[in-house]
Design a protein around this ligand. Structure first.
Ligand SMILES: [Zn+2]
Length: 503
């Protein structure tokens, strides 16, 4: 028997609920799975499901599906729940008396179900073999186009030589915004450079570069080759199963009515059905984005889907109204849930899609006294989490396959940044090393490896939390004597543990 039960399944609406119910009712479970009242619901009425395994005082949360197109996260949570409940492999030594693991399997059901319905509409007739090939072709074309973008970024960087990194990043971003809905070629690059390059533009350099890499071809920024298999999609790919689905369809019709976004984006739908991006949906980024829109008019997402993120749509913007900020119901539910959990939450993992990154570093107020141990706690958990992933890769492939930690940005742009600034032990994990949301990460052996590596990381992080428990409740004062010698005085933070959270 295989150690873990992991199959590369895309869980559509029906399969998602069937799987959850099968996990909960499995008579072979070693640890019982408790279904709780939903933490809230989306504006279409989809419940935000909540389950737990274990009933210890140390609460740890796993949430996936904030971005609807990052479907690997939802699959991961379902696999984790099933294998943990069965006590498979390393989960055999799980301690339900110490830990309560919370699962929020899908924070953005509207975006997730839209993406998976759209995928199914195109893929349902395919045999298992054809599905594998379909995912692989998608991934390969995605890679190819990503490499093309990187090459164009490189020529921009070479032409605007000798500038600092943040300036270069900004130039690259402005370039892709400037070619929104256009095809890119020599002319577009030269015109852009004339406005931004501090020196005379070397036109022949751009020409030689272009001919060498792209010949006579132009690069379409609006229609991507990797999205072609989905170009015939319509909103009718959403079945009218119930009232929730009918509202979802209506909202999608509204978003696509202005023809600002191609229909293929139904299969790559990040936002909720109101067109709000749940990570961008925070008051800090709302302010930043509004200032940028004032300056630049339209703001585009990354060049792999070069559509406006300053408008309600599949990429999603910061708030339903561009005038007044408001939280999306899915985020309100999450913030409420975390508030209720309070200090009993020792770690929170917000699972996203691709890139193999762990966003870790907390915001750190240098002058704040006394200081708590958040910084140390975060880095210890992160280090062990990454070690867990690496051990699995080394064991299975014989080569070192690194995941990376991302340090925090200089300002809060995502909801995840906001949570990290508020709580210790909050992480955003980009689960898969492989790119190409939504289906790129579903190619074997990457899929199974991603699951197993993150299982290992899960076990490691529980061990670390257990070691660090006393530190969560302590803070320290730093004092210097006249000779500059440092004294640390450790104090109690008097954490109020809410032990009775679980009904
Ligand atoms: Zn994401």
């Amino acid at each position: 028997m295989e150690m873990y039960d992991i199959k590369p399944t895309i869980f559509t609406y029906k399969q998602f609920y069937e799987k959850l119910s099968a996990i909960q009712n499995n008579t072979f479970n070693q640890f019982s799975v408790i279904k709780h009242k939903e933490i809230g619901e989306s504006s279409c009425g989809f419940p935000l499901e909540h389950y737990t395994i274990g009933n210890g005082d140390i609460h740890i949360c796993y949430m996936a599906g904030a971005h609807g197109n990052e479907i690997i996260g939802v699959s991961y949570i379902l696999h984790l729940m099933r294998n943990l409940a069965l006590g498979r492999g390393e989960f055999a030594s799980f301690r339900p008396d110490l830990f309560t693991i919370h699962f929020l399997p899908c924070q953005n059901p509207e975006g997730y179900f839209t993406t998976t319905y759209a995928l199914e509409a195109v893929m349902k007739e395919l045999s298992l073999e054809e599905r594998t090939k379909f995912c692989y072709d998608y991934y390969a074309t995605y890679r190819e186009e990503n490499v093309e973008i990187e090459k164009i970024n490189q020529i921009l960087r070479e032409c605007i030589f000798n500038q600092e990194e943040n300036y270069m990043k900004e130039i690259v971003r402005l370039f892709w915004s400037s070619v929104y809905k256009k095809c890119v070629g020599i002319k577009e690059i030269v015109e852009f450079l004339k406005n931004y390059s501090p020196k005379e533009v070397d036109v022949s350099k751009v020409e030689i570069f272009w001919k060498k890499n792209f010949g006579n071809r132009k690069i379409n920024t609006y229609q991507k080759r990797y999205q072609e298999p989905f170009c015939n999609l319509t909103i009718d790919c959403i079945p009218e199963v119930d009232e929730k689905h009918r509202i979802l369809k209506k909202k999608l019709q509204k978003l696509y009515g202005a023809k600002e976004f191609p229909m293929c984006t139904l299969a790559n739908f990040l936002a909720n059905a109101d067109g709000v991006n749940l990570n961008d949906n925070n008051p800090y980024y709302f302010k930043i984005m509004n200032e940028q829109i004032k300056k630049e008019g339209i703001l585009c997402a990354n060049p792999m889907y070069n559509y406006p993120k300053s408008k309600l749509g599949p990429i999603g913007t910061t708030s339903v109204s561009c005038k007044h900020f408001s939280y999306a119901p899915e985020n309100l539910a999450l913030l409420n849930f975390l508030d209720q959990l309070g200090n009993s939450c020792y770690a929170f993992f917000n699972l996203h899609g691709t890139g193999g990154y762990l966003y870790v570093e907390p915001f750190y107020e240098e002058k704040q006294q006394p200081r708590d141990f958040s910084f140390y706690i975060n880095n210890r958990i992160a280090t062990e989490y990454l070690k867990g992933i690496e051990e699995t890769y080394v064991e299975k492939t014989g080569k070192r396959e690194e995941y990376f930690t991302m340090s925090y940005p200089s300002r809060i742009t995502g909801l995840a940044d906001m949570l990290r600034s508020k709580y210790s032990g909050h992480f955003l994990v980009e689960l898969s090393r492989s790119g190409g949301n939504p289906i790129g990460p579903f190619i074997e052996p990457n899929y199974t490896l991603t699951m197993e590596a993150n299982f290992k990381a899960f076990c490691k992080s529980l061990d670390v939390v257990l070691e660090l428990v006393p530190l969560y409740e302590k803070s320290y004062l730093v004092q210097y004597d006249k000779k500059g010698k440092v004294f640390y005085e450790v104090q109690s933070r008097k954490r109020n543990l809410k032990k009775d959270y679980c009904e």
